[in-house]
Design a protein around this ligand. Sequence first.
Ligand SMILES: Cc1ncc(COP(=O)(O)O)c(C=O)c1O
Length: 391
Amino acid sequence: MKVLSSRSEELKPSAFADFFAEAVEMQRSGEDVIHLHVGEPDQATPKHILDAARSAMEEGFTHYTPPGGFFELREAISEKLKKDNKIDVDPSREVCVLSGGYNALYSAFQVLISPGDEVIVPAPCLPQYWGQIILAGGKAVSIGLTEDNNFRPDLEELKSKVNSKTKLILLNSPQNPTGSILTREDINGIAEIVENNDLLVITDEVYEKFIYNNHPHISFASVSGMKERTLTVNSFSKTYAMTGWRVGYAAGDSVIIDKIRGICEHTIWCPNSVAQRAAIAALKGPQDCVREMVEEFRKRRDTITVGLNEIDRFSCSEPKGAFYAFPSIEDLGLSSMELAQLFLRKAKVAVIPGIAFGPQGEGNLRFSFANSRENISRALERIEKAVREIP
Ligand SMILES: Cc1ncc(COP(=O)(O)O)c(C=O)c1O
């Protein structure tokens, strides 16, 4: 008997998992490992959000909620989308609350992809995109993000990948792992391709608040004519340092949202009730905590970019958003996996090899700056020393 489904066999283990495991094991055995591989804010969840969760528990909000989330949370999300993103959605029919951005993306692919459908994915990118597209029976078609183009998609390449099987374009801005953001020009150009070829878009905007130097965040669904064609995915994880609470959402056309709610009903039923109450407090409460966190990340971004460029044979363009630097290591003559292993084992600094984000990521490493400036500086010193020893 064949035990595993062919679908599960197609899933490749991610290099993230290996690095997490090795770094954690080294830490456990007493090594002073500096973690620059982590994809979550190191700050605590703000106190007023914790208080809301505590009250929810004490008041007995510890039961199932409707699939798709409490109405009060969907209403707060639709107000947020209108104010911050210029997207008008009806909280009753066009918003669905899910267990984090991953769950929102997974459900969206299940609803939108039929076997054989193609999804155009700018890469290097989050490896989970490929896994989720495979699980939905689709095929991911990559377009390369290169440093020469500030890690933004080349619209001619994008056009050339569209064919009769193309169903969707997946966007992520600010982008993980490159830190790039889509400009107004990019968004308008992509909208034209979407319109001309009758396509849909899933836009992953979980890093929308992590933008530096006053660049605007433009939500794809806010572009004229795109709302009906766009599913916006967002989450509380990064903005409010709530990765462990697992709350995210999808917003878009009511027919699609209704089906996503159906997927919830048949899988998770509903997101965590206490975390939903915390999420309401996050949206309705003071936003200074977000501004302060992003300002701190801006300083770290400056520290890491300057520091990496001072290291011989490293070159790092300035990330415009998210909290990752993605320097080129091509001049060192080692693969991204070899170099990441060397940094972990010799310098005790954990970073992610670019290859973990697809073949387009080879030649780069991802450094997360979700760590204190002091630790970032210590890590840079160690890395500089390790690089000096490479022939
Ligand atoms: C680009 C991107 N999208 C989505 C997610 C998923 O976030 P969550 O499920 O915690 O909302 C992540 C997590 O790292 C991410 O980097």
